[in-house]
Design a protein around this ligand. Structure first.
Ligand code: SAM
Length: 288
């Protein structure tokens, strides 16, 4: 029997995960990155960019629910949402599940990611691409926020690659200053901030930068199986009030009103509130 090939993740030089490949679906170099989509033996279809796993069909629900529902339900009245990155469309789908959201703008730098995700990973976005509230733009997120109007968005979700290459600008002082300008008075921004067990700098450095433009800076965790190294952190910064001490019954009531409650496989009101209670090895990387 021919041995099937492996996909070896190259995120860490001395450690990594591998997936047995059943079938390669797309492999190409875009203007921005190497893109690979393949059918795996264990996790459904997988998207990797520059050798780093971005999303798998089997565990995507954990990360997408936490990066979308936590900020929207913490805000409580979000109508206009900006999504940066997230070219697979999975965050857009979760944001549009919130019945109070009237406008979701998604800015992805690499049109090839959108094209290939629509063709080979259709379950991730579902029919979000065709939702009349959705606006999908191919462009650099930092250019978009620099030219956006003040007070244009209630929530900004940055589902980008790590702060190397094209993703680096989305973790800069300038980006956070512009984000603070385009967010409304109670606005908040969330960034994927890596796995602190291996990437502690990503949370520490970006939290210090967020603190220059926002009064409330915190983080919450999600256990994403294919983001190897334990808890994945989502760094969050708010203009109005902190997110870390939410009341679980208020979050439950908001989730009911938004038609989210009962539709999730990872997020719950208790997980929402509990996810801000960080283990000391992670809390140590937050300012203050
Ligand atoms: N969930 C994944 C994670 O946590 O690593 C991220 C998935 S999503 C595919 C990451 C996307 O960010 C990529 O499609 C990449 O092209 C996009 N991206 C990177 N830098 C960007 C920028 N400056 N502006 C807009 N999109 C960007």
């Amino acid at each position: 029997m021919t041995s099937r090939p492996w996909f070896d993740e190259t995120l860490y030089e001395g450690w990594g995960q591998r997936f047995r490949i059943v079938r390669e679906l797309a492999t190409l170099k875009s203007d921005f990155q190497d893109i690979a989509i393949f059918e795996s033996q264990t996790h459904g279809r997988v998207l990797a960019l520059d050798g780093v796993v971005q999303i798998t069909e089997r565990d995507e629900f954990v990360y997408q629910e936490m990066i979308a529902h936590v900020p929207l339900l913490a805000h409580g009245a979000a109508k206009s949402v900006l999504i940066i990155g997230a070219g697979d469309g999975a965050v857009l789908r979760r944001v549009l599940q919130h019945t109070g959201v009237r406008r979701a703008v998604m800015v992805e730098i690499d049109g090839e990611v959108i094209r290939l995700a629509r063709e080979f990973l259709p379950s991730l976005a579902g029919d979000a691409w065709d939702d009349p509230r959705a606006e999908v733009i191919v462009g650099d997120g930092i250019d978009y926020v620099a030219s956006a109007a003040a007070d244009a968005f209630d929530v900004i979700i940055v589902d980008s690659t790590d702060p190397i290459g094209v993703g680096e600008v989305l973790f800069s002082d300038d980006f956070y200053a512009q984000s603070a300008r385009v967010l409304t008075a109670n606005g908040l921004i969330v960034n994927q901030c890596g796995v602190p067990f291996m990437q502690a700098d990503e949370l520490r450095q970006t939290s210090l930068r967020r603190a220059k433009s926002f009064p409330h800076v915190s983080a919450y965790v999600a256990a994403v199986p294919t983001y190897v190294g334990g808890f994945m952190t989502l760094g969050v910064a708010a203009k109005g009030q902190g997110l870390a001490d939410a009341d679980v019954e208020l979050i439950r009531a908001r989730a009911t009103a938004s038609s989210i409650l009962g539709k999730t496989q990872y997020w719950t009101p208790e997980i929402h509130v509990g996810s801000f209670n960080l283990p000391p090895y992670i809390a140590a990387h937050l300012p203050g």
